[in-house]
Design a protein around this ligand. Structure first.
Ligand code: AG3
Length: 283
């Protein structure tokens, strides 16, 4: 062990813990009108993207998050054709969504074009589906985009945002969920990244509360490992107007595209909340 290694460490105040990476240099930095985006090269994790100091993704482990924010919702919906991604500027979620042949259109609406420009440069594999004719990339305010979506026009809304502070704050409240509810068809699904269930169960409860106020009635929080995020354990929360979270298990088992973490069995497992989570969320 040497003492002069350089590390990027994200300190996480709510849990008094940190996640860090050994870096070999800073590759880029841009201050956009919305946030500061930085890219580091690491010794073991490929490239690392930070937004305002918070780890967004690494080359090595982004697949956990991008697969779990996409496939459970898409295999829960009976026949998803029209998908909207709010945030997601690195395009990793878009790539997973477009693996589903039945999807006819996927619109990604991120407020910050610089996130996509950085991803194209430093995470090109995540952007490989950006030129798919079904993909639409918008750089606009996601709150306004959802508010203007025609009623009943969307099958799945995916909210792939940063933490609920700064530009993403408006994506965690009733007003935004009202728009999602309106835009979704009756059998539609809203799925949102919902932070660490170890650290922020209260936040997940509040999110669900706001979703409930907007009219959603059924909820499911799926935990999964995410080594690069605080506590190493993360979650997505699914919400529906009505209906359960049984999924197209046969289709998921016989899928013809590759995934690194997601599988029908992992999906089944993720539907089982650990007792302390189930208790806190009264599931
Ligand atoms: N979504 C970011 C989740 C928040 C991470 N939080 C943190 N490191 N404090 C990332 C976008 C990936 N498409």
């Amino acid at each position: 062990m040497t003492t002069n290694d350089t590390w990027y460490i994200e300190h996480f105040q709510p849990t008094g813990s940190a996640i860090g990476f050994r870096t070999t240099g800073k590759l880029d930095e841009v201050q956009s009108p919305f946030q500061k985006i930085e890219i580091y090269a690491t010794t073991d994790w490929g490239n690392l993207m930070l937004i305002d100091g918070a780890v967004m993704l690494t080359t090595r482990d982004n697949f956990f998050y991008h697969e779990m924010i996409s496939h459970p919702a898409l295999y829960t919906h009976a026949d998803p054709k029209r998908v909207v991604i709010i945030g997601g500027g690195d395009c990793g979620t878009l790539r997973e969504v477009l693996k589903h042949q039945g999807v006819q259109s996927a619109t990604q609406c991120d407020i910050d074009e610089q996130v996509t420009r950085m991803s194209e440069k430093y995470f090109p594999e995540l952007c490989e589906s950006n030129s798919d004719p079904r993909a639409e990339l918008l750089f606009d305010d996601g709150v306004a985009y959802m508010a203007n979506c025609p009623a009943g026009s969307v099958d799945v809304v995916i909210v792939d945002s940063t933490d609920p502070v700064g530009p993403a704050e408006g994506l965690f409240n009733k007003a935004f969920y009202d728009s999602c509810f309106r835009a979704l068809k009756d059998d539609g699904i809203l799925v949102q990244q919902s932070e660490s269930p170890l650290a922020l169960l209260e936040l997940i409860k509040e999110m669900r509360g706001e979703m409930r106020k907007a009219g959603f009635t059924t909820f499911k929080t799926l935990p999964f490992p995410q080594p690069c995020y605080p506590t190493g354990w993360w979650s997505v929360t699914l919400a529906r107007k009505s209906g359960n979270f049984d999924f197209r298990e046969g289709d998921a088992s016989s899928k013809t595209f590759e995934t690194l973490y997601y599988s029908a069995h992992l999906h089944t497992g993720a539907l089982v909340a650990p007792p302390f989570v189930a208790k806190a969320l009264s599931e």
